[in-house]
Ligand binder design. Sequence first.
Ligand code: GLC
Length: 565
Amino acid sequence: MSARRPELTTTSTTARRPWWATAVTYQVYPRSFADSTGDGIGDLRGITSRLDHLVDLGVDAVWLSPIYVSPMADAGYDVADYRDVDPLFGTLADADALIAAAHERGLRLLMDLVPNHTSSAHRWFVSALAGAPGSEERARYLFRDGRGAGGSEPPNNWRSVFGGPAWTRVTEPDGRPGQWYLHLFAPEQPDLDWSDPQVRAEMGSVVRFWLDRGVDGFRVDVAHGLVKADGLPDWHADAPAASAAPDADGARPPMWDQDGVHEIYREWRSVVDGYDGDRVLIGETWAEQDRLSRYVRPDELHQTFAFALLQAPWDAAALRRGISDSIATAHEVGAAPTWVLSNHDVVRHPTRLALSGVADLLSGVLPTDPQPDPALADRRGRAASLMMIALPGAAYLYQGEELGLPEHTTMPASARQDPSFFREEGRIAGRDGARVPLPWSADEPGAGFGPGGATWLPPPDGWERHAADVQARDPGSTLRLYRAALALRRRLDLGGGALTWAEGFGDDVVAFSVSTPDSSVLVLATTGEPVRLPDGGEVALSSTEIMGGLLPADSCVWIVREPTS
Ligand code: GLC
């Protein structure tokens, strides 16, 4: 077995600890959480009506994916009006009611801020199209003249994360083919130019608008993308469009993780700190591991998602490395580590962990791809979740993972909605498989998603087996495992604990203790052979039944030990 140095987290339990340092935050994807109207699309009243599910689950905060006015070219990540709610989801009054209802229950509520791009239906972009090249209206976006004869080639060779070129040519008001504008995502998501003072002022004002309404902070979308390298230089045409990895010479992609983004976060941090010191900014930063800590320096974002576990295969060494790296990164700058296994952009983790060789997590799984073994997916998913919930720091759950939902891997092309499926012309599945509406009640049509049973994406066969009402009654269910794990995490204050690697369990086991002044929990997760449990301590939770003192393969156990002091 390779030698591993014991490693400690140092979240102090004595100093005043901000709530977010140890919080468990639940991501609500509003389209797919709960529908109150029967149109098959989730909405704010649906969320409010199901808040008690989140209280019973035992989370501390809710992050809402975008609810703003949007043509929904990218499911709301294309915002046309940052200060109002899309009628599909309800009204501003419904949002106020949701914020109040969450707070009454002791839940914090985070919004999703989308600052990298607006919708092409945003009034700014509409006036940019009507404006002339070089006009003030165009300066808020990245309009450029094309290359080649008559400007008929895009200004550079960048590709969209959703496939195809990252540039679209406009028709000028006089009817002639004109300039091009940059969109790192869909053409309906034009990138803003963050060197424009109006852009900065406007987004700061949007931040204040929602903080004034009482939200507890923001998840910042594409936080590593706002600033582009001067001159928008070409990049390697064969590099994956979403990757922030440097090339062989150490040069970094000109569209991601530019140093200029940090100034923006310093500005927002001072806005947020101007409230009551209790509001938080968490960045979606797909940057390289060794660059992540820069985002969470004391005067920048409070947290950044660590995608190390979300990207790790079901392999103990890879999981240990992911945990070590994330802790080390956070501690470089005194931030709390964060953990996430699933979100609305990637293959749900039970399915992902049961598939070897899913090359690209953002690609989804097509019906023609190798299919996962459902029992293995369930088993590994539960084990990974139990392991993650024990880790010190902040944890982020994606709706439905508490029900052990798998990815929908057999969705027909005719039902798909994700722009990446269409931009890639069906070569990849895209993200719809992770976005299927939640099953609430097994015996109701549409598994109780809303009245009448309509769902905007069709569920896979057997979806009702995962329904929350069935699982609430079954002591062996994944929902009950999550509830028990979150309750014990809270009672023992594991989020504020210190992690030490445990030796002697073999290479195929992720083995660590989490200690607080009052207790110590030994966590063992085995990705390989069964493991004999050590003597002493009490088995508090396990993801699979333990028999004869053996932890079966693909399982995780928490063993609570005597007080450490
Ligand atoms: C983020 C969101 C994703 C969206 C993209 C563009 O990665 O999580 O859903 O498509 O940004 O806004």
